[in-house]
Design a protein around this ligand. Sequence first.
Ligand code: NAD
Ligand code: UDP
Length: 328
Amino acid sequence: MKKVLITGAAGFLGSHLCDRFIGEGYAVIGMDNFITGDKKNLAHLEQHLHFQFIEHDVTEFVSIEGDLDYILHFASPASPIDYLKIPIQTLKVGSLGTHNLLGLAKAKGARILIASTSEVYGDPLVHPQNEDYYGNVNTIGPRGVYDEAKRFQESITMAYHRFHGLETRIVRIFNTYGPRMRLNDGRVIPAFMGQALRGEDLTIFGEGSQTRSFCYVGDQVEGIYRLLLSDYTGPVNIGNPHEISIKDFAEEIIKLTGTAQKVIYKDLPVDDPMQRQPDITLAKRVLGWEPQIGRAEGMQITYNYFKGLTPDELYKSEHKDFKNHIKK
Ligand code: NAD
Ligand code: UDP
């Protein structure tokens, strides 16, 4: 039985990856420190014979007993509000955390896939973004903590590949959504759905002319799974190229949820990218992958998930309390 370590396992993508690898017959070790994740996302796997969970901060030395075939490094705050609130942890998990996991992969002879992001392209001047574009990132802006940690993560991963001959894979993930996103993580989909369900106005940042392209989690997991098992070592974009402005997206959510509320406008966050759309030519060619689930279907599934939350969960709208995780 092949063994895989998944960091960030209690988060949105990490928990779906645990499900996928368990479903494929792997022994899975999930690792997380719960800084932005939730135990609830893994509750259904707790008793599974081939699932083990280790509570650990990956910025500290990572030790695993026995063999390991694969590592998927997904630990990192991922929402702009999260990483603005915990900037040092964000930089550390992308840099020190990645270094620890590359060292572990080298010691075990394991293949490692790291979760990079469309944010490595910053506020892109090339549209759509393909893997050859170097990006337009403000290193010292508030988002720089995430973007630069991820860019460093890609660099150190390629250095381990070139210098140590380590088997590495890099996925550049574009906005992905679905069940188990944290309702109050501040990202646009949980934000709009939470607002609709609580009967609040939908908050559009800026004029809403900025664009995003949303990928359903099932499609994203399929792309990641294929990339891990492929021979391709360069970075690969995985995302859904169907682009929409945030203003039009708010209208879609209003129709989907039937809310009687309106949209209100708030300040655009600093360095918020004005356009984002993945060029997935490479993923199609090397992985034979493209998304299968359209936005209407994916949003309906996601809305059904959020509708199923308890009133407690729905009204606990204040942002996650990071106090317990922050060391002096
Ligand atoms: P998430 O916040 O739901 O999950 C991240 C998980 O990592 C959480 O469970 C958190 O507790 C854990 N974590 C953070 N720091 C840790 C540490 N030091 N040690 C151990 N665990 C730690 O976010 P997500 O959307 O599931 O994102 C997962 C990964 O995918 C991240 O690396 C993110 O950068 C990347 N990504 C996600 C998206 C997206 O649209 N969802 C887009 C681009 C990249
Ligand atoms: N956004 C918005 N209202 C919200 C939350 C987000 O208009 O309540 C905008 C945000 O400014 C950005 C887009 O929606 O332009 C996507 O934001 P998100 O935080 O989901 O992720 P990003 O793609 O910026 O990392």
